[in-house]
Design a protein around this ligand. Structure first.
Ligand code: TXA
Ligand code: MG
Length: 328
């Protein structure tokens, strides 16, 4: 049977691979990351190459604890300090002014750097054994669905990664919340595992939420977090009829059946019952998309959850999965 959790010797081996300039896929509480030594430009360049990611698209630097933050950033405003203390280790990434230690490749040449402390025992053990920062995006090819198990990573990247640390399935299931904390007033660049409501409660103020897609004009940015199957978003009460219509038209339709329609019979190729709880939905989201791909669906019909709490991050990923494809 397959081993689901990395041993101490696996962690030592992975730390050695990082020191030697290699790439290690590692579990976090959100999704699996594809890591390289954040101070090694050549190793970081390989991450971009393996992912097929444009070099201007910066990576997150993973560190072992908030006490190391000052080594990676130029200054830590009081707000950033507060957020780090309250949410680390955890699914929160802080964008701050770049310090000298991080390679410019990792930041895509920007004067800011994204940093987080992941809340996963295997990731923390790796960071502790390695001793430095690990620059890494999610361990998927650029634009596709993020991996939430070690098997997903192997299926995505195969031999292109030097070592895969298996930490079991990810608990949170969607990526970290990215907060721009460079200025006086922080803003959310990507909704994720820490909710806007949680951040607002700690900060005592409302937060602006911006999309991370730089081009906001619909139809101009390529899709992201996307399965092979095309994703179509409709109102919850139209999911069943739209799915059946598309199936009749000859599509192999996968359905994200909203909880309020859980008992509805659906004539489609494959059906996923969307969990009622947003925690369970976030945890399962990428696995559901992968499953419908594996079952041969060419079209997925889904609806958006209410955009509060984790529902904001789930809706963000579904919208981007439904975005136009680069070839279009
Ligand atoms: O949960 C996560 O955040 C996962 C795990 C592995 O930590 N990582 C992840 O990385 O989602 P990635 O590369 O797929 O997404 C990182 C995002 C990108 O959208 C990138 O544009 C943004 O972080 N980012 C990185 N540095 C930035 C910066 N200096 N300013 C603004 N955005 C930045
Ligand atoms: Mg990603």
């Amino acid at each position: 049977m397959e081993k689901v959790t990395a041993t101490n010797s696996d962690i030592e081996k992975a730390a050695g691979v990082l020191r030697a300039g290699g790439l290690v896929a590692f579990p976090t509480e959100t999704v699996y990351g594809l890591g390289a030594n954040a101070e090694d430009s050549a190793a970081v360049a390989r991450v971009f190459q393996v992912k097929g990611r444009p070099p201007t698209h910066p990576l997150i630097v993973h560190i072992g604890g908030a006490e190391h933050l000052g080594e990676w950033v130029e200054d830590v405003p009081a707000t950033a300090r507060l957020l780090a203390e309250r949410f680390w280790p955890g699914p929160l990434t802080l964008v701050l002014r770049r310090g000298g230690r991080v390679s410019l490749e990792a930041t895509g040449g920007l004067e800011t750097v994204a940093v987080r402390v992941p809340d996963h025992p295997v990731a923390l053990a790796l960071l502790s054994a390695f001793g430095g920062g690990v620059a890494g995006p999610s361990a998927n090819r650029f634009g596709s669905v993020s991996p939430t198990t070690a098997n997903d990573v192997r299926a995505e990247l195969g031999d292109a990664v030097d070592f895969v640390l298996d930490g079991g399935p990810c608990e949170v299931g969607v990526e970290s919340t990215i907060v721009d904390a460079t200025g006086e007033i922080p803003s959310v660049l990507r909704p994720g595992g820490v909710t806007r409501e949680d951040l607002e409660a700690v900060l005592g103020r409302r937060l602006a939420v911006h999309s991370t897609s730089r081009i906001r004009v619909p139809g101009q940015h390529p899709s992201h977090y996307a399965p092979r199957a095309r994703v179509v978003l409709v109102e919850p009460e139209k999911v069943v009829t739209e799915a059946e219509l598309a199936q009749e038209l000859g599509h192999q339709v996968g359905v994200f059946l909203p909880p309020s329609f859980a008992d509805a019979p659906v004539k489609a190729h494959a059906v996923v019952a969307v969990p009622d709880s947003m925690v369970a939905y976030a945890r399962g989201l990428y696995g559901f998309l992968r499953e419908l791909d594996q079952r041969g669906c060419d079209l997925i019909v889904a609806s958006l959850p209410v955009e509060e709490g984790l529902g904001l991050a789930i809706a963000n990923r579904l919208r981007r999965a439904a975005g136009p494809r680069p070839s279009e």
